[in-house]
Design a binder for this molecule. Sequence first.
Ligand SMILES: Cc1ncc(C[n+]2csc(CCOP(=O)(O)OP(=O)(O)O)c2C)c(N)n1
Ligand SMILES: CC(=O)[C@@H](O)[C@H](O)COP(=O)(O)O
Ligand SMILES: [Mg+2]
Length: 621
Amino acid sequence: MVLEKIEHENDIKRINKNELPILAEEIRSFLIDKISKTGGHLASNLGVVELTMALHLAFDLPEDKIIWDVGHQSYTHKLLTGRKAGFDELRKYGGMSGFPKRHESDCDCFDTGHSSTSISAGLGYAMAREITGEKYKVISVIGDGALTGGMAYEALNNASKLKSNLIIVLNDNKMSISENVGGVSRYLSGLRTAESYQGLKNGITNSLNSIPKYGERIVEKIRKTKNGIKQLVIPGMLFENMGILYLGPVDGHNIPAMVKLFKEASKVEGPVLVHVITEKGKGYLPAERHPARFHGTEAFDVETGLPLVKRVKANYTDIFSTVMRKLGDRDEKVVAITAAMADGTGLKRFRNMFPERFFDVGIAEEHAVTFAAGLAAAGLKPIVAVYSSFLQRAYDQILHDVCIQELHVVFAIDRAGLVGSDGETHQGIFDLSYLSCLPNMTILAPKNKWELSDMIKYAVDFSGPIAVRYPRGEAFDELKEYRAPLEYGKAEVLYEESEILLLAVGSMVKTALTVRERLKEKGYSCSLVNARFVKPFDEELLLKLQKNHKLLVTLEENVQSGGFGEHVLEFMNTSGDGSMEVLNIAIPDVYVEHGNVELLRKETGIDADGIIGKIIDRKAQ
Ligand SMILES: Cc1ncc(C[n+]2csc(CCOP(=O)(O)OP(=O)(O)O)c2C)c(N)n1
Ligand SMILES: CC(=O)[C@@H](O)[C@H](O)COP(=O)(O)O
Ligand SMILES: [Mg+2]
């Protein structure tokens, strides 16, 4: 096995050139085998095997800095930097992360997870190098999907003034998670056309190949010669016009061609973009055929490509998908927006049925929100379906463009709560805090699948900014009998007793049911209320229930800081009669790493055992 010879970074440089294609195949088999067991981001990683090898051959790690945009495609980089053993525990609690992590290796120079940050971070490294006088190379590897994100353009704009070398590798596989969209994607397609691709053969790479002696100097020459640029690099004029030299396109599965181009690129004084064409899912037929399905996959059977665990119950995304289809039918003013997450948010069905009322804006959450604000101002009913952690990107847009103007934009916030294997960057545990402090915002969280459906309908019929937040995964399908119509700012009493009052938000109602049963077994009398509205919450009910309860326990899958519980506590401190104590159950002030969600709940103290322990401790005081 050639792969066995790779134990540390730079070991690849000692591999015989003839063995490199064998190594590429071994890496692919390794990744397919491991990810089929652990799950993970398969298709993107299969696509960049040769690209990563070429980068590791052309540059020296850890001195040189490779920054992986999003970072979901960094598995080969991990393999080539001595982390082979980590793949057995990939994305498991305490195991290796699925993203680059500085604490994991010296060869990971920047943590990522969210899209379109790599050029900014790379520019930071390059500018720092100018100031400190160091000599390392900086390489930002960005996908065509990530290049739809606004931050990438802010960085390119800023990079144009750079005097020293910064290499931007554009990994173009024509795919975001789904098909890539928009003008930039169209522009890149133009560069890939037969003519442009032919330009590769007749253009830079072949020019360099055919004059090896002078090849090393040719890029700088091109840069200085306007005619030369026009003749040889016309395909990349958009970048050229911004002051960024464009090289390519180059075949992203041809290692020698890439190594040569990277070496040339590293001699340029200033920013240079190397356009690399890869195939997402390459080398595994099911992933080549269905790159979106294998973008991020659960464990699967290698032979068939089918998931090992068949999902029987609907998840919250499925419920949202169904209600959106119904709403689209019912009301022509309903329009849906996603920032490149049509699959993940469940909007695909809406897209298929109402293509003219569906908008995939690319990985552009900021734009998605202001675009929705414009649609709302013009009288439509926009629903922005977005993951909780990605919505963080659009904070000022929510405040400045939606809430101040009190526009009726519906935020369907999926992946709210602990998401699991993606870890720190993706846990949706801040939205209650960052939304609660915004005047004019209404926030709801459903206890079960029927309530999600009702809440989305309620939100569409509402007027003003409104968010419904729900977690990743299987939808809770009990408590069907509790389906009283939603009333603005009103909670739902599920069980009324005395002594302990559990006030749970959304997903925590399920946990609270267990907590209540077990407290009752221990002899406590215990009420359970489903908050339904996080903002405004049911103050009237709390003032009423304080009369026969000694302890109010708030439960939320959100950080404590600025969350639901703190707002309730503040209210009871200022408006309560002081007879009922308040205990907040929430996620502590930490970033929660990757791992199984149940385990993470335990670790953060929001599982039934942890909650019961805290309640009993408090009662004992
Ligand atoms: C801010 C943000 N929004 C959405 C995502 C979800 N996401 C992860 S990868 C991806 C597609 C990236 O496409 P590309 O950069 O072309 O990489 P590829 O998957 O094709 O290798 C998306 C939308 C994210 N990580 N960050
Ligand atoms: C890398 C990234 O941001 C996405 O691929 C994310 O991992 C998707 O998460 P879900 O699996 O929850 O859709
Ligand atoms: Mg892509």
